[in-house]
Design a protein around this ligand. Structure first.
Ligand code: NAD
Length: 381
C-alpha cells in the first residue's frame, strides 16, 4: 500500500489544494493511505474534519514529506520542498519547469518521479486529467467577473425610466479554453462580444457562443501542433494589431488570453491601443505570466494608464479555490487511478500519458526543453 501526502500550499496567493475530501475518499477506497497536512484545505473551504471523515489522517507540521510514497501538490515545489521528498518517491503537481529550474534539479537529484500536470497530452484518454483546461476555464470566467466589477458601467442593455443604457462592448483575444469561457460568461452578463484568434477552427465555436469573430488576413494557418496556436511573425502581429485596434478603441473591456506553448505570449495590445480606449475601460491580461498580451500589464498589479485600468493576473484560478480545487483534485485523481492498482503505483514509461508527462525519473530530466535550459544555465555559470 502506498502512502499519499497532501501538503498545505506555501506559494503566496495559492489557495488551492491538490486533494479534496471527495478524492481522498476514493483514494482510500482504492487502498491508498492518505495523510493531509493540517489546514491544507482551509483556504479552499475544506475542513480537516472532512478529510478525516473521508478516511485521511491529518498531520501537523511538515514531517510527512519524507515518509510519503506519493506527494500531491498544486503549485510547483520550492527547491527545499523538492529536497524534502523521499528519494525515488512520486510527485504530482504543476511544475512550471522553465521557471523552476532549481527545483527540477533538486527533484532529479532526489531521483523523484515528477509528473507535471501541464505536460499531460491533450489526447482523448487524458481529458479527465486535463488540469490546464479545468483551471483555464475558471480563469476565463473569473476574468469577466473581475472586469465587470472594475468597470463603472453595466454589462447588459437596460431600458430604464431614466433612459437607455447601452450594453458593454467586450473584446476577447485568444479563444482557447479560457477565452471561450470568457465569451460565454460575458454573453450571459449581456455584453456584446467580439473575438480575435489565429486558429480558423475557432470561428465557429465563437459564433456558437454568440460572439462576433474578427476576421484576420491569414496568409498561412495559425494552427500549430496539438490543437495549439503557432507563433506568428512580427509582420502578422503588426497587421493584427492594426485590424483589432478599431475594435479595441470602442471597447469597454478587453480580455486577453492568447498564448503560444513554450514561447513568449504575443503582444496584441500596444500602449497606443490602450491610449485609444475610453477612460474607465478595463483590460484584463491573463497571459501576463508568459510576458503579457498587453504592453502595459504587470504581474498581479493594476496599472492605470490614461484612465484605462490594466489588470494582470498570474493565478486567477486560485481566487476561486473551492471549485478550482474540486476540479484539479479530480484531474489528479484520474491520473493517479490510471497509474495504480490496489493502492500501488506502477509507472509505465511507454504509456502515452505517463511518457510525456514524466518530467524527472530515476535521476534523469526527461523533458527535453527543460534539460536543455538547465544545460544552458550550467554552461553559463
Ligand atoms: P492556449 O492557452 O495555448 O492559447 C489560448 C488561445 O490563444 C488559443 O486559442 C490560441 O489560438 C490563441 N492565440 C495564440 N496566438 C494568438 C494571436 N496572435 N492572436 C489571437 N489569439 C492567439 O490554448 P488553450 O486554451 O490551452 O487550448 C488551445 C486549443 O486546444 C483549444 O482549441 C482547445 O479546445 C484545445 N484543447 C483540446 C483538448 C483535447 O483535445 N483534449 C483539451 C484542451 C484544449
Amino acid at each position: 500500500m502506498s502512502t499519499i501526502f497532501v501538503p498545505r500550499e506555501t506559494q503566496s496567493g495559492e489557495l488551492r489544494v491538490a486533494a479534496t475530501p471527495e478524492t481522498v475518499k476514493r483514494l482510500v477506497k482504492e487502498g491508498f493511505a492518505v495523510e493531509v497536512a493540517a489546514g491544507a484545505g482551509e483556504a479552499a473551504s475544506f475542513a480537516d474534519d472532512d478529510y478525516q471523515a473521508a478516511g485521511a489522517t491529518v498531520a501537523a507540521g511538515g514531517s510527512a514529506w519524507p515518509a510519503a510514497d506519493v506527494v500531491l501538490k498544486v503549485a510547483p515545489p520550492t527547491p527545499d520542498e523538492a529536497r524534502a521528498l523521499r528519494a525515488e518517491s512520486l510527485l504530482i503537481s504543476f511544475l512550471a519547469p522553465h521557471k523552476n529550474l532549481d527545483a527540477v534539479q533538486a527533484l532529479a537529484e532526489r531521483r523523484v518521479s515528477a509528473l507535471a500536470m501541464e505536460l499531460i497530452p491533450r489526447i482523448t484518454r487524458a481529458q479527465p486529467m486535463d488540469a490546464l483546461s479545468s483551471q483555464a476555464s475558471i480563469g476565463g470566467y473569473k476574468a469577466v467577473l473581475v472586469a465587470a466589477a472594475r468597470l463603472g458601467k453595466y454589462f447588459p442593455l437596460l431600458m430604464t425610466a431614466a433612459g437607455t443604457i447601452r450594453p458593454a462592448k467586450v473584446v476577447i483575444m485568444g479563444a482557447g479554453v479560457a477565452g471561450l469561457q470568457a465569451i460565454a460568461t460575458a454573453k450571459r452578463l449581456g455584453a456584446q462580444v467580439e473575438v480575435s484568434d489565429v486558429r480558423a477552427a475557432v470561428k465557429e465555436q465563437v459564433q456558437s457562443l454568440g460572439g462576433k469573430f474578427i476576421e484576420l488576413p491569414m496568409q498561412e494557418s495559425g494552427e500549430g501542433a496539438g490543437g495549439y496556436a503557432r507563433e506568428m511573425g512580427e509582420d502578422f502581429l503588426k497587421k493584427q494589431r492594426e485590424i483589432v485596434s478599431r475594435h479595441v478603441a470602442g471597447a469597454d473591456v478587453v480580455i486577453t488570453t492568447a498564448q503560444v506553448p513554450g514561447k513568449r505570449a504575443p503582444v496584441l495590445l500596444s500602449r497606443e491601443m490602450v491610449e485609444s480606449m475610453r477612460r474607465g475601460a478595463v483590460v484584463v491580461d491573463l497571459a501576463v505570466d508568459s510576458g503579457g498580451n498587453c504592453e502595459l500589464s504587470q504581474p498581479d498589479r493594476e496599472v492605470t494608464h490614461d484612465g484605462v485600468h490594466v489588470l494582470g493576473f498570474t493565478n486567477l484560478p486560485a481566487t476561486m479555490p473551492e471549485d478550482a480545487s474540486t476540479l484539479y483534485a479530480r484531474n489528479v485523481l484520474a491520473l493517479l487511478l490510471s497509474i495504480s492498482k490496489g493502492g500501488v503505483v506502477t509507472l509505465d514509461l511507454a504509456d502515452d500519458i505517463v511518457g510525456p508527462t514524466l518530467l524527472t525519473h530515476a535521476g534523469e530530466i526527461r523533458h527535453q526543453p527543460t534539460a536543455a535550459a538547465l544545460a544552458a544555465g550550467s554552461a553559463a555559470r
